[in-house]
Design a protein around this ligand. Structure first.
Ligand SMILES: [Ca+2]
Ligand SMILES: [Ca+2]
Length: 254
């Protein structure tokens, strides 16, 4: 029986906090009013209360955000697209690529071509202290021709035996008829719910926690043309480890 390495976790938190002090706003889509509203002070309620306070018509918060479009294509891309930071990742319309995740101060597409089986995306540590309350939140919706859906599961590698560990909760994005609205999907995309220490009790592991490595989104596309993710500068408190299907609470949509 083993435990998460707290030493590594604490070390990562210090690095993340250092990075925070130099962090720029959420991205090119951020509005001028968000210029002072960086993630540098995650404990401040002002971040949530003032910039992200109104639900817009599509179910998303208002305010600055970074958008990532995951685009399903029926022909493989041949261009390398490494370092192509265009806010979009191409994936097979039918297929099961990995979107490799790496920690960084900003949101950035590092490899836009997932049609070769693997894409890469950089994002900040969502929960540097492992409290279950994030420093930013992810909203998602399905767009494109009705009928398609995708299944996204957050996974990582167990450093002790190299096995793949996936969250027991999977985000389903399904394009129905009519208007497509955003939902807060933070617990699906920013955490892994799994028993990683083998004691028979579920654990909750935030992205980039030192207890696992090689984090990625397993993206199983079943004909979805466009999955749109938006990252907002507001916090979400996700369910406890033993109740992954429980509700999230969030200050994003006050
Ligand atoms: Ca690739
Ligand atoms: Ca456990």
């Amino acid at each position: 029986m083993r435990r998460l390495s707290r030493t590594i976790v604490v070390g990562a938190a210090v690095i993340a906090l250092t990075a925070c002090s130099e962090r720029t706003p959420l991205g090119p889509n951020a509005t001028a009013s968000d210029a002072t509203n960086t993630l540098a002070h995650p404990a401040s309620t002002n971040i949530i209360g003032h910039s992200v306070s109104v639900r817009t018509g599509n179910g998303a918060p208002s305010g600055g955000h970074y958008t990532l479009n995951i685009i399903g294509v029926d022909r493989n891309k041949t261009a390398p697209m490494t370092g192509d930071n265009g806010h979009r990742i191409f994936v097979p319309l039918w297929g099961n690529p990995k979107i490799m995740l790496s920690e960084g101060p900003d949101f950035a597409v590092l490899d836009a071509n997932g049609t070769d089986g693997e894409a890469a995306f950089e994002l900040p540590n969502p929960d540097p202290n492992g409290t279950g309350t994030t420093v930013y939140s992810v909203f998602a919706r399905a767009l494109g021709t009705p009928g398609g859906k995708s299944l996204t599961t957050t996974c990582a590698i167990d450093p002790f035996d190299g096995s793949e560990v996936c969250s027991m909760i999977t985000l389903t994005l399904e394009r129905g008829k009519g208007k497509s609205t955003f939902d807060n999907v933070s617990k699906y995309l920013l955490y892994i719910y799994a028993d990683i220490n083998g004691d028979g009790v579920l654990d909750r592991v935030g992205l980039f926690d030192g207890g696992l490595q090689g984090y990625f989104w397993d993206y199983d596309n079943l004909g979805l043309k466009l999955a749109q993710l938006r990252f907002y500068d507001c916090s979400t408190t996700v369910p406890v480890a033993t109740d992954p299907n429980g509700p999230q609470t969030s200050g994003c949509l006050k």
